[in-house]
Each structure stands twice: as C-alpha cells, then as structure tokens.
Design a protein around this ligand. Structure first.
Ligand SMILES: O=C(O)CCC(=O)C(=O)O
Length: 308
C-alpha cells in the first residue's frame, strides 16, 4: 500500500515561518528543499569548522581505546593511526557486539559538538527554512560507521518515526560528513518527495542488534530507480525534512564513515525534553538567552548568566 500524502506537512507552515528571515539559502535552494524534501550544501564547512568536531571525535576514540585496552580486547591503542582509520583498526578483529557496547551512535556532551551545532553557516541555512528563532533539538547523533559492523547500515525510515510522541513540526535534520562519504563507505540515500507522506508504521529491525526502525511491510513501494544516493565530500551538509524517507548502506571500505546528524526546529515547537536537553541556538528576539557552551555542557537549554 502506498503512503497517503499528509495534509499538515504540505508547504503551509514553512512560508509563514520564513517571513522576515535573513538566511543564506537562495530562493531556488528553498524551493528545491520544499519540492524534493532535501538539499545538499556542497562543502558548507571548511577544515577550520570541522576541527573542533574532529578533536571531539578523537577524544571519544581515545576513551574507547583505553577502555578496550583495560578490558584486554586490544593490546595497542593505535594512537599513531590517522583519524579516518583508527576506530576501524581498533575494531578490526572484534565483534559487532563489542562495537555496540559503545552504542550504535553517540550523543556525548563534548564541547566541539556545541561549536558545530552553533556554527553560523549551519544556522544561516536553517534560518532560511524556519526563520531566526532556532532551537537545537535534543536529538543529535555522532555516527561512527565502522567497516563490516552490521550496525553501520541504517534501514529506510523517516526521522519522525523516532519521536512519534513529540508534537514538533518541522524538525530539520542537518547531516554532515567528516570524511568523504562514498558509495563504498555507506553514504546517505534518500527517496525524494516522500516528505509529504504521513508518518508510516515501523518495525524494530532484528538482525543487527541496533533496534533501528525499518518501514513496515507494504508501507511504501520503493522504486529503486527513484532512490538517490548522495556521495559527498567532507564538510558537505545535507538538509532534510523529518518525514523524508532515507537510509544508508554498509561500509565496505577500510576506514570509518564519520558523520554527525543535527536537528533544528522553530522555538515555538515541542522541545522534546523526553529525548534530552536541546538548546536555544539563535534568537533575534532574545539574543541574550542563546545558550553558551557552558550552558549546553550543563544541559541547560538557555543562557543563565546575564550578558556582561
Ligand atoms: O548517517 C547515516 O548513515 C544515517 C543517518 C540517518 O538516518 C539520519 O540522520 O536520520
């Protein structure tokens, strides 16, 4: 059965919310986002933008290496091995279950992630879609897609299926790759124009141990010729609507496909506290309330100290 188009996700709210914004997207890009349900911003971030995240990821990998060493699962923390390869080499010879002890994706509070989520290049693009009152949704994921670990591949889904309890619309995902994402290492795949479908039914996937949600049987007749694979170079951002059907393929390379997916929404939407603490990332009305890094690290959604 084909999914029906949802009334409330037509272009209705977006145009209204965009009124008066000063975002960085062109009209053509906004139209493409509305029509296709996603938008690729090639090379949005440069090396300087990515450096704080790469150092946060390195800090996390250091912790995992120390842990694996202490558990006697490895005998060398491979500190000399470069960023794209080290985690892959650490888990070479270990099992999918060893990997899943650290989670299928990570949501640590390390300062570099806040720097990324507050990056003006990202917020300027998001502002074009939802206006200047921007809340960073609590759901963000650091994805260490390690070669040949089953948890790497993500089945077809709509992000909204992960928060059916939340009354928040729109939520915009900003997916960013920190290495070149390729067909071989498991880049993102999208099914364009599905953002206007209702939220479909899902089942928890049973094979990989991740519990990822996957489309219920018969929910969508996926035509392979309409699937778009999105290989992108490092620093590229892919923005998509939380009802767009998407997936990613396994990593058959020799390195980690590092990516981070962030989410943003207008401030007048459900902040989804049951999923963690999001934060006020931009506000023209109340710039003094925008959360600092200190606030974010302490899981406070807004700035608590007066501006000096
Ligand atoms: O990064 C991936 O492989 C999948 C990402 C995804 O499903 C998401 O960001 O919602």
């Amino acid at each position: 059965m084909r999914a029906a188009i949802s009334r409330n996700d037509d272009q209705l709210g977006n145009a209204r919310m965009r009124a008066g914004n000063h975002g960085s997207l062109t009209e053509d890009q906004v139209l493409r986002y509305d029509t296709e349900g996603y938008l690729v911003l090639d090379g949005l971030l440069d090396d300087a933008d990515m450096a704080p995240v790469r150092s946060a990821l390195t800090e996390k990998v250091d912790r995992i290496a120390a842990d694996l060493l202490a558990a006697g699962k490895i005998d060398d923390p491979l500190t000399e091995v470069g960023f794209p390869y080290r985690l892959a080499r650490l888990f070479d010879g270990l099992t999918g279950d060893d990997f899943l002890e650290y989670g299928r994706s990570w949501r640590d509070r390390i300062a570099g992630y806040h720097t990324l989520m507050s990056n003006p290049k990202i917020l300027d693009a998001v502002e074009s879609l939802i206006g200047p009152e921007i809340f960073a949704n609590p759901v963000y994921n650091v994805r260490p897609k390690v070669p040949r670990i089953a948890a790497g591949a993500v089945p077809w889904h709509q992000d909204k299926s992960y928060w059916p309890d939340a009354n928040s619309n729109p939520v915009i995902t900003v997916w960013i790759s920190f290495v070149d994402a390729t067909l071989e290492n498991g880049c993102l795949h999208v099914y364009p124009r599905t953002q206007r479908h209702r939220v479909m039914t899902y089942e928890a996937e049973q094979q990989s141990g991740t519990g990822y949600l996957t489309l219920g049987a018969g929910e969508l007749d996926l035509e392979p010729s309409r699937v778009v694979a999105l290989p992108v170079r490092a620093g590229t951002a892919i923005l998509f609507n939380d009802r767009l059907v998407h997936s990613s393929t396994p990593n058959d390379s020799d390195h980690v496909r590092w990516s981070v997916d962030l989410r943003y929404q207008p401030t007048d939407q459900d902040p989804m506290p049951q999923h963690g603490a999001g934060f006020l990332a931009r506000s023209r009305r109340h710039p003094e309330r925008v959360a600092t890094q200190e606030d974010w690290l302490a899981e406070r959604p807004e700035r608590t100290h007066p501006v000096p």
